[in-house]
Design a binder for this molecule. Structure first.
Ligand code: ZN
Ligand code: ZN
Length: 360
């Protein structure tokens, strides 16, 4: 069934990667899956916008041990309206006309051990938006009613977009950090896309934030967003010493590391408090975790991998944002700006997030 309020076109604009590492092609005649062709459980979403994530660049370049489908439409921070639901879909949690989000985890079976334990992002039968199935760099996307995320009414689509990946990822990582209200958390890269959201979620959770980044602009941003201490990694002579000095001399209770360099992980083992937790986030192309075994053992350090979040994490992360506790810094650009955005991500010149407007 499809919404009477929308005319669903036969074709659409979409950004397509035809082969690994090939330049992006913006097509204006990419087919739209028609409502009659949707399978039970599938829905068609007319996208308002989509955030751009570093993961999209890794997928397009074939950086990881697991390869994306080809040809590929990337994107996994999409927000739009459900305009059609497959016939014979039973008990859909979303309705026609409802605004929903598309996140990295597009589908999970809800029945394997991982799914039953709430770890559906590691489902044995998972599908991933903009990786194993086409994503949100298009005007229409096919997804699953059981996995699209309802967007709170008062949260504009462009503000919700980057919460769906960057926000959920750092929120879940903080939940995995074994911290309690009043504990210290160190956030390397705190002025970046993930980092600036992590500062806000951590503050909302009652944690005390030590932000690590560089430059006056990022310092001001981090302090404004709730960090108690800012350490400029280019100015400090001894980062580990400065972090310890800022956190009662004992070091922080947790570090949430989104950086792609092994150096950041190595340092975390040095500065963490006894019994502290290192949360490993982000999916760099090629990097390994070089933890000092002696100090990991004698300091009783917990090392925890944290991979995006489940459906409940997504709802919670959006709810916190809708109540004004977390705001993403972003600029809105047209779909045609995707290639230059990838270049910017590669050079590290993108401040905050880029959100693409999908309807013009
Ligand atoms: Zn992402
Ligand atoms: Zn499963």
């Amino acid at each position: 069934m499809s919404s009477p309020n929308f005319v669903i076109p036969k074709t659409q604009h979409a950004a397509i990667v035809e082969s690994t590492g090939a330049p992006l092609k913006i097509k204006s005649d990419h087919p739209v899956k028609q409502p009659a062709d949707l399978l039970p459980g599938e829905c068609l979403v007319r996208l308002d916008c989509s955030g751009v994530c570093h993961t999209d660049l890794h997928a397009a370049k074939g950086d990881w041990p697991i390869k994306a489908k080809l040809p590929l439409i990337g994107g996994h921070e999409g927000v739009g309206i459900v305009v059609a639901i497959g016939a014979h879909t039973q008990g859909s949690p979303v309705k026609l006309g409802e605004r929903v989000g598309i996140k990295w985890l597009a589908y999970s079976c809800l029945d394997c051990e991982m799914c039953r334990k709430g770890l559906e992002q590691s489902c044995l039968n998972g599908q991933y938006s903009g990786f194993s199935v086409d994503g949100t760099f298009s005007q229409y996307v096919v997804s699953w009613v059981s996995h699209v995320t309802p967007i709170p009414e008062n949260l504009p689509s462009t503000e919700a977009a980057s919460i769906l990946c960057a926000g959920v990822t750092v929120y879940r990582a903080l939940k995995n950090s074994n911290t309690h209200i009043g504990d210290w958390v160190v956030l390397p890269g705190a002025g970046g896309g993930l980092g600036h959201l992590a500062v806000q979620y951590a503050s909302a959770m009652g944690l005390r934030v030590v932000a690590i980044d560089t430059g006056a602009e990022k310092r001001d941003l981090c302090l404004k967003l709730g960090a108690e201490v800012f350490i400029d990694f280019r100015e400090t002579k001894d980062l580990v010493k400065d972090i310890k000095a800022a956190t009662d001399g004992l070091g922080p209770h947790a570090a949430v590391v989104t950086a792609a360099t092994s150096q950041a992980y190595k340092q975390a083992i040095d500065y963490l408090r006894m019994g502290g937790t290192l949360v490993v986030v982000g999916l760099p192309a090629k990097a390994s975790l070089d933890a000092d075994i002696f100090f990991t053992v004698t300091k009783s350090i917990n090392i925890v991998g944290s991979y995006v979040g489940n459906r409940q994490d997504a709802r919670e992360a959006l709810d916190i944002a809708s109540r004004g506790k977390v705001k993403c810094f972003y600029v809105v650009k047209p779909l045609s700006a995707l290639a230059e955005t990838y270049e910017g991500l590669e050079q590290g010149t993108v401040v905050g997030r880029v959100v693409l407007n999908m309807q013009n």
